[in-house]
Design a protein around this ligand. Structure first.
Ligand code: CA2
Length: 176
């Protein structure tokens, strides 16, 4: 039996020339801007996402955002990212930072490089927030810089992603 591949399926397997970054937000971050501004600031999640997407547009990068309150949905989105050939992930795992081996395993399995972001400084808070299941796998961690932390993580991703040529090969930029 032969399998007919649709042009859409073929298109999906061809890496885009434009960097593709996925920004993932964990549970309760949909409440940003409405409660606990002392810890998490006044910006809403929409405010944060708008800035990130428009920064992507300015440099011809695809920036997608996704928030969910359920561990499985976040894991499924990471699997989808591998399928979509996402180049880099910026993730605030929120409460799952301190509990989720399953989410850690999903990131490890897909091997997409990621930066871990926290709005608050998790080391200046309760001891149970000092441990992260993600930090040792992350390229880096930004914690305590509020919404600006997401922008810094995105800038890092855009600057350090390998430049793809139209021939499909990759030119790796020198780290500075
Ligand atoms: O500082 C961060 O970004 C955290 O990842 C936020 C998590 C917390 O469990 C981590 O320890 C640190 C909590 C996100 C809850 O977000 C809310 C936003 C507005 C109002 C209430 C909660």
């Amino acid at each position: 039996m032969t399998t007919k591949r649709t042009s859409r399926a073929v298109a999906k397997s061809v890496p885009s020339l434009h960097p593709h970054v996925l920004v993932l937000h964990g549970p309760n971050l949909n409440l940003l801007g409405s409660r606990e501004p002392g810890h998490y600031g006044l910006a809403t999640l929409d405010d944060i996402n708008r800035v990130l997407v428009s920064r992507g547009e300015a440099v011809n990068a695809q920036v997608e955002t996704f928030q969910n309150n359920h561990e499985g949905a976040l894991i499924d989105r990471i699997h989808q990212a591998a399928h979509d050939q996402v180049d880099f992930i910026v993730i605030n795992p929120a409460g799952y930072t301190h509990t989720s081996i399953a989410l850690r395993d999903a990131l490890a399995a897909t091997a997409i490089p990621f930066v871990e972001v926290h709005l608050s400084n998790i080391y200046a808070r309760e001891p149970f927030r000092h441990h992260s299941y993600f930090s040792d796998l992350a390229v880096g961690v930004v914690s305590g810089l509020g919404a600006h932390g997401y922008e810094l993580a995105l800038e890092y991703a855009l600057r350090h992603l390998p430049n793809r040529t139209s021939h499909g090969s990759q030119k790796t930029e020198k780290a500075h």
